[in-house]
Ligand binder design. Structure first.
Ligand code: BG6
Length: 458
């Protein structure tokens, strides 16, 4: 493929030996490489503060991906994020590489570092001219920024302004890795390619929507990052709101970046808060790097609404927690019962259909349908009709979210990345909740690990 995107490409990864690089990025690059989905000529440059030789770094990559050939594409540049020197050397290296390849190559800068470093990095990238394309005709420069993007609306706007001075919106790829998951992308196919859903997918057909991201794990070694941030900003402001946007957005007309992002943003802008609840698992305060009197929530439940003509009056529930009984990421959609209802008179029960859209660990869809029980009487019972994504596509290759996202960034497709409008709308909705919690206007409920903070109320 001889196009702009198959030009030689240099991936500069800030946070070269961090957790994200080890767990996600290096394996994703390796899989793309083995499937021949990377440009023919490419180079990965890891940038971090540690003193490492190229050989030591390649050994580290070898240990991570378990392959002896692939690490030869990796080189290491030592540098401190806050000092000019490292960026200068990096810039010299990129220039030298372009000279060797006799081309103005594509450059992808990946910020795989804690968000506290973003401002410093943006500033130095600007000052060192690293992000300036070497030619107006060939070679793009793009940047991938991890979540969380800011801590609130104000800091997100500040970051955005800094980024905006360096890059145009079409060069900025803000990650929400949930968008890269296969089951999450299937939401659009499910919603817009199945005609029977079209007329009922709004407040006329749907009674409520609940979105859950429950995790069995505690915070692990992430205390320093998690404490003070909390569940709402860790997964609510991004993953849950993006799932909601995909479930409630209007038909984008086309599956392309601008159309899909525009529709997602419309939903996010129309969000209104009804109530919130927060909890913390017992034992959280003794986790590593957590304050002994921490008020950080590890569980939240938010009741909200989407104030558009399509969704007005439909309760939306967003819920997430750590140290829960089990892993469960799913969306539950309850349909309205038919009116008038053909219900058995003695039961006074309405027949509602419930759709479960399972994201993980199960991946699939199930719909409860009402069915006549065989026999002389008209007895109606609820039965599940289900679809298992993995079984249905047994032979297909399911790519990891990061593989998909990296590939899309190389291809210049922003559909699975979050636009500035979306980020700002997400923060506008989340900020007031965080403020009420910080002012202690919603008590922090303590729950036992492996349980649910609201169980006692059921
Ligand atoms: C991350 C959060 O963004 O998403 C983590 O920081 C969370 O706290 C994780 O565990 C969940 O992602 P996944 O892909 O494991 O469901």
């Amino acid at each position: 493929m001889a196009n702009h995107n198959s030009l030689p490409t240099i991936f500069v990864i800030f946070g070269a030996t961090g957790d994200l690089m080890a767990k996600k990025l290096a394996p994703a690059l390796f899989h793309l490489y083995t499937r021949k989905q990377l440009p023919d000529l490419f180079q990965v440059v890891g940038f971090s503060r540690q003193e490492l030789s190229n050989g030591e770094y390649q050994k580290w990559v070898n240990d991570v991906v378990g392959d002896q050939q692939f690490p030869r594409f990796f080189l290491y540049q030592q540098g401190f994020f806050e000092e000019k020197e490292g960026y200068k050397k990096l810039s010299e290296f990129l220039g030298m590489k372009d000279g060797e390849w006799r081309v103005c190559s594509n450059k992808l800068f990946y910020l795989a570092v804690p968000p506290a470093h973003y401002k410093t990095l943006f500033q130095h990238l600007a000052d060192s001219d690293l992000t300036k394309p070497c030619s107006p005709e060939e070679g793009w420069t793009r940047i991938i920024v991890e979540k969380p993007f800011g801590k609130n609306l104000e800091t997100a706007e500040e970051l955005d302004q800094m980024l905006g001075k360096l890059f145009k919106e079409e060069q900025i790829y803000r990650i929400d890795h949930y968008l890269g998951k296969e089951t999450v992308q299937n939401i659009l196919a499910f919603r817009f390619s199945n005609s029977f859903l079209q007329d009922s997918w709004n407040n006329k057909g749907i009674e409520s929507i609940s979105i859950r991201l429950l995790e069995q794990e505690r915070i692990g070694g992430r205390g320093a990052l998690y404490d003070g941030l909390g569940a709402l900003r860790d997964v609510g402001q991004n993953h849950l709101l993006q799932l909601l946007a995909l479930f409630c957005m209007g038909n984008p007309g086309r599956f392309d970046g601008p159309s899909v992002r525009k529709e997602r943003a419309k939903v996010l802008r129309a969000l209104a808060l009804h109530s919130s609840f927060r909890g913390q698992y017992d034992g959280y305060r003794t986790e590593q790097n957590v304050l002994r009197d921490s008020q950080t929530e590890t569980y939240f439940r938010i009741q909200a609404a989407i104030e558009t003509s399509d969704w007005k009056g439909v309760p939306i529930l967003l819920e997430s927690g750590k140290a829960m009984l089990q892993d469960q990421v799913e969306v539950e959609v309850v349909f309205r019962h038919p009116d008038p209802c053909l219900c058995p008179p003695e039961e006074q029960k309405h027949y509602k259909n419930v759709l479960h859209y399972y994201i993980q660990p199960n991946e699939g869809i199930s719909l409860s349908l009402w069915t006549k029980k065989p026999g002389p009487a008209m007895v109606i019972e609820e039965r599940e009709f289900s679809f298992d994504y993995r079984k249905a596509f047994e032979k297909a290759e399911f790519a990891d979210a990061y593989e998909r996202l990296l590939l899309n960034c190389i291809q210049g497709d922003q559909t699975l990345f979050v636009s500035t409008e979306e980020i700002m709308a997400e923060w506008k909705f989340i900020d007031p909740v965080v403020r009420t919690w910080q002012q202690n206007r919603v008590p922090l409920a303590i729950y036992k690990m492996g349980t649910h903070p609201l169980w006692k109320n059921r």
